[in-house]
Design a protein around this ligand. Structure first.
Ligand code: AMP
Length: 285
């Protein structure tokens, strides 16, 4: 597997591949990789000739007081996992390589101006999706992939990237991949490493609420507010949990809904101690 640290190096390899007629898949990540990330690489390998993963903790998507400095990193382990899963190249740029103005700052952003990035996680993380769109847009420009792979775990991010690709005519197929969970149900996340043993146990309230909500929907409950209320009740029973939001929204626009119609996204963000975790399910009728 090639390790590329500069934009020029990435371009050199992907241009050569493209000339040979290979299709290219991109898997953007912030590193500290686990089986959730690996499932994206597996999917990309199954659909593309060459797979490029990026491993970059993107400063522009972190707000003041968030965990940019403490975000877990282990590049050696990431390389092992990526290589095992058939990744062809990992792009591991410095902050200055991605943001030449220095200090992870830029004056040029990609930002969706309607309400979509202001819903759900956008309420407490107002600059988050502007940073996500900007870095993903830059990665698209650098790699120019045929397809890019994102996890359903970050459902709002996936919807926003699809919208960005449509609005800016990127011509890249966005492939959503299902949530990979621990055996006990907790959605895999690099941030799970912040949890102490007591918090790790408490964190199960998220998946418990997700599974209960999903069962209600499958059993025919159409009242989204009732499902949200039942999910909240489960989380509120856990003393270490503090709800940021539990919401039902339209799966494409992220607008709040009170009845299940079309594709409905039930999404939550919950603090377990100081760690903010997210989880969701989609129900389509
Ligand atoms: P991150 O490194 O957290 O920015 O995530 C990189 C990509 O991996 C994103 O598209 C995430 O949605 C995806 N991802 C993270 N955790 C999971 C998971 N448990 N299952 C599936 N995809 C995931």
């Amino acid at each position: 597997m090639i390790i590329a640290k500069t934009v020029d190096e990435v371009r050199k390899y992907v241009n050569a591949w493209r000339k040979e007629g290979f299709t290219i898949g991109l898997v953007p990540t912030m590193g500290y990789l686990h089986e959730g990330h690996a499932s994206l690489v597996d999917k990309a390998v199954s659909m593309c000739d060459k797979v490029v993963a990026s491993d970059f903790v993107n400063p522009t998507q972190f707000g003041p007081g968030e965990d940019l400095e403490s975000y877990p990193r282990d590049f050696e382990h990431d390389c092992q996992l990526l290589e095992q899963h058939g990744c062809s190249l990992v792009f591991y740029p410095s902050v200055d390589e991605m943001y030449p103005d220095g200090n992870g700052k830029t004056d040029t952003y990609i930002e969706i101006l309607d309400d979509m990035p202001k819903q759900l996680c956008g309420k407490t993380r107002p600059i988050h999706f502007r940073g996500v769109c900007t870095v993903v847009g830059k990665l698209f420009n650098i790699v120019m992939p045929d397809k890019a792979f994102f996890g359903q775990k970050d459902a709002q991010q996936l919807a926003i990237i699809k919208r960005m690709v449509r609005d800016l005519s990127y011509g890249i197929e966005i492939v959503g991949c299902p949530i990979v969970r621990e055996e006990d149900g907790l959605a895999k996340s690099s941030r799970n490493t912040y949890l102490n043993p007591e918090e790790r146990q408490a964190a199960l309230c998220l998946s418990k609420a997700i599974f209960a909500g999903e069962k209600m929907a499958k059993d025919g409950e159409k009242d989204a507010d009732k499902i949200v209320a039942a999910m909240k009740e489960i989380i509120e029973k856990e003393p270490l949990a503090k709800i940021d939001y539990v919401s039902a929204v339209n799966g494409i626009t992220m607008a709040t809904v009170s009845k299940i119609e079309g594709e409905t996204l039930f999404a939550m963000a919950v603090y377990i101690g100081k760690t903010r975790l997210i989880d969701n399910f989609i129900y389509s009728v």
